[in-house]
Design a protein around this ligand. Structure first.
Ligand code: SAM
Length: 247
């Protein structure tokens, strides 16, 4: 089991093509991120730069992507070298200890906060993100949902993954995500359970004045391509939660 993405960087990049990532994850994030004309944006835990590039495409003048994994940053830089967007910069770094002070209009993070092992680490993450923002700046994030009912033991295999929690639902319990590829191979990702209240407390303590939890939305194309029934389980019992905060 690993939270070190170096060995699974390519596998993870391939898994970004799963339909739910396009028709729910990316679609919902696009709704939450307005046009960024000329603004500055930070992508924490940027991975291979999937959303870093998207933030640039949405009009941000300058985007910095930060990730702990050197291999992920290498993949992000390789894509920038192949198809340069300009205005995009990638750095290896820890999202708990960001070197920015009031620099960004928008901070973004996809699957970063769920790497906090406990409330102390979550606080460090939220503090670092809040500190990086200008006053009035926004933080948009998607993570494993703290509201997911693991006891119900639902299968998400039809979407290309399964989730289970080790040792019961409690602070810091490891959540194992088994991600299946189209060829039937799979890899596992481990992150950690922290409940909704722990998140709320951390956001407030970091200085965010507004905290909004947003429901996943399905793109019209996704509904048309797969049918509403296919998406019902995901939309009724989402495994991911979107959060929007204002500093
Ligand atoms: C599930 S991937 C998401 C990557 C990207 N945000 C995306 O959605 O494609 C999680 C990423 O978080 C990074 N990560 C985990 N802990 C981190 C930390 N403390 N600081 C920066 N990056 C971190 C991992 O290296 C990995 O690239």
């Amino acid at each position: 089991m690993t939270t070190d993405y170096d060995p699974i960087a390519e596998e993870y990049q391939r898994a970004k093509q799963h339909p739910w990532r396009i028709h729910i994850e990316a679609y919902t994030l696009d709704q939450l991120i307005p046009a960024l004309d000329g603004q500055s944006a930070l992508d924490v835990a940027c991975g291979e730069g999937h959303y870093t590039r998207r933030l640039r495409a949405r009009g941000a003048a300058h985007v910095i992507g930060v990730d702990l994994s050197a291999r992920m940053i290498e993949l992000a830089q390789a894509q920038e070298a192949k198809r340069p967007l300009g205005g995009v910069e990638y750095r290896i770094g820890d999202g708990k200890d960001l070197p920015f002070e009031g620099a960004f209009d928008l901070a973004f993070a996809a699957y970063f906060l769920n790497y906090a092992h406990d409330r102390r680490e979550l606080q460090q993450m939220c503090d670092a993100v809040a500190r990086s923002l200008k006053p009035g700046g926004r933080f948009v994030t998607v993570n494993s949902s703290p509201m997911l009912d693991f006891g119900a033991d639902r299968s998400y295999r039809q979407y290309g993954f399964e989730a289970k929690i080790n040792g019961g639902v409690k602070e810091g319990a490891p959540i194992i995500w088994r991600i299946f590829q189209e060829d039937g191979t799979f890899f596992d990702i481990e992150n950690y359970f922290l409940d909704k209240q722990i998140h709320e407390d951390a956001f407030r303590a970091a200085g965010f004045s507004q905290v909004h939890w947003r429901a996943p939305r399905l793109s019209p194309e996704g509904e048309k391509a797969f049918g509403r029934d296919f998406w019902k389980l995901f939309l009724d019992h989402p495994t991911i939660a979107f959060i929007e905060c204002v500093r």
